[in-house]
Design a protein around this ligand. Structure first.
Ligand code: FE2
Length: 450
């Protein structure tokens, strides 16, 4: 691997990324970004830098490889004879994220089982059921939260029952003791992709993005089954605050009429919970159609919600930003604590039919209520997945951002490092000889043990 520039000596460890990497099975071409089979990429930064990439051998992958053709209906792709798992759920391509839980490395997909990977080779070991507590049709998030101090993994799943829609919250302690599972009624069968967790609470931004099981059962895709009602008939968006430890509902408050795909962080002092997240006017899964990928995405605003649990009141602070923003990342060592910054990818020209790439790296400063562009790529260059922050152990408020970065016009594919606080071009680029890796979703950085 060729390195341009200098990688700071404290940047040692593994940057891991999950994302959809295969979009054709047999004669079927997938039509939606979320349909591609999960592929794990790893850049190991050490004396010798090593890149590894391996597809996840999920049940879906294995059954379709054996059959030599696609079998399962996708998030946004349907085809003749497509199947659901037990007739009620889509087969997860396990393509959303990858996290460490205890000694294990787990890959996650939307509303499906996690899969365990070999930590050295990235080979797929098998589904991870948390000791039999989840099954192949248990809804489970692609966005679990792992507390780096306690080791707890928090997650959730949504039941889209038309009569009794609900959210199930889970807390899995690292030692497998006292698992918490609580069921919280929802006002409707609403799609929820992400949540945030502080030391004492879990926060859910629940907008009325309605999912119809009837449409799915009658042959529609997940995208067909989702509906964002027109303004006048839309129920309010709500913020649910759940006790992280016992799973009880502590607050359910109206917070306007907007949509949130990803949250950045949450922190609390016992009676006040602060939640940092990104809001948009509407959902963007329709913008993930591959024929017009990200072409007309809306602008995004960083929002800080502060909830007074005793008074049942929410204070909202919005940061103006002309970009479409996504993939917020924080210093994961400060999980659940007050964090001033988060880093995210941006699309600088929203509304254009022609701009289809994440071309900017930004830092939101939630304390000063500002959003700063750290760097915008030259024409055609794009960022390829969630950035990760690596702190400088010798300097406070210092570190680097690592992210896949590609410049097709130069036939350059790989990763780059930026100063996390000072705007400017990459400090270093690590270039892959094997060519492009696909636009991916979520990352994690595992520091080297030495
Ligand atoms: Fe996500």
């Amino acid at each position: 691997m060729r390195v341009e520039g200098e990688v700071p000596p404290f940047v040692r460890g593994s940057y891991l990324l999950n994302g959809p990497g295969r979009f054709q099975v047999g004669k079927v071409n997938y039509r939606h970004w979320l349909d591609g089979d999960g592929c794990i990429s790893r850049l190991r930064l050490a004396d010798e830098n090593v890149f590894t990439r391996r597809f996840l051998r999920s049940s879906k992958w294995t059954q379709e490889e054996t059959a030599g053709r696609p079998l399962f209906r996708g998030f946004g792709t349907t085809f003749d004879g497509d199947q659901l798992v037990r007739g009620i759920a889509t087969a997860s391509p396990v393509n959303v994220s990858v996290y460490r839980f205890g000694d294990r490395l787990l890959a996650f997909g939307e509303q499906g089982l996690p899969w365990e990977l070999d930590v050295n080779t990235l080979e797929t070991l098998g589904p991870w059921t948390f000791g039999g507590r989840l099954t192949e049709v248990t809804p489970f998030t692609g966005h679990p939260k792992v507390d780096p101090v306690s080791g707890d993994l928090m997650g959730f799943g949504v039941s889209f029952s038309a009569s009794h829609p609900s959210l199930t919250y889970y807390r899995f302690p690292a030692d497998d003791s006292a698992v918490v599972r609580s069921r919280i009624p929802l006002a409707g069968p609403y799609s929820i992709h992400d949540f945030a967790v502080s030391h004492n609470f879990a926060a859910f931004h629940v907008s009325p993005y309605r999912f119809s099981m009837t449409t799915l059962r009658e042959g529609g895709s997940v995208l067909d089954a989702l509906d964002w009602p027109r303004d006048e008939s839309r129920a309010p968006t709500r913020l649910l605050i759940v006790d992280r430890h016992d799973g009880s509902l502590r607050a359910d408050l109206p917070i306007g009429d907007r949509y949130c795909l990803h949250l950045a962080n949450a922190f609390d002092d016992g009676s006040t919970v602060t939640v940092d997240l990104l809001e948009m006017d509407r959902p963007i899964y329709t913008d993930y159609r591959l024929a017009s990928l990200l072409a007309r995405v809306p602008t995004t605003q960083p929002v800080r919600l502060t909830v007074d649990l005793e008074r049942g009141q929410v204070e909202r602070r919005t940061t103006p930003c002309p970009f479409h923003l996504d993939f917020p990342a924080i210093d994961r060592a400060r999980f659940g604590e007050r964090t001033g910054s988060s880093w995210m990818l941006g699309i600088s020209t929203t509304g254009s039919e022609h701009n289809k790439t994440y071309d900017s790296l930004l830092r939101a400063d939630w304390e000063s209520n500002s959003c700063e562009v750290l760097w915008t790529a030259p024409a055609g260059g794009f960022f390829g997945g969630e950035p990760a922050f690596v702190p400088d152990p010798d300097r406070p408020r210092a570190g680097i951002i690592i992210c896949p970065y590609h410049q097709p016009s130069e036939a350059v594919w790989g990763f780059a490092l930026w100063d996390a606080y000072e705007p400017g071009p990459p400090l270093a680029r690590l270039l892959l000889e094997q060519g492009p890796i696909h636009l991916s979703f979520h990352s994690t950085f595992l520091p080297a043990a030495d």
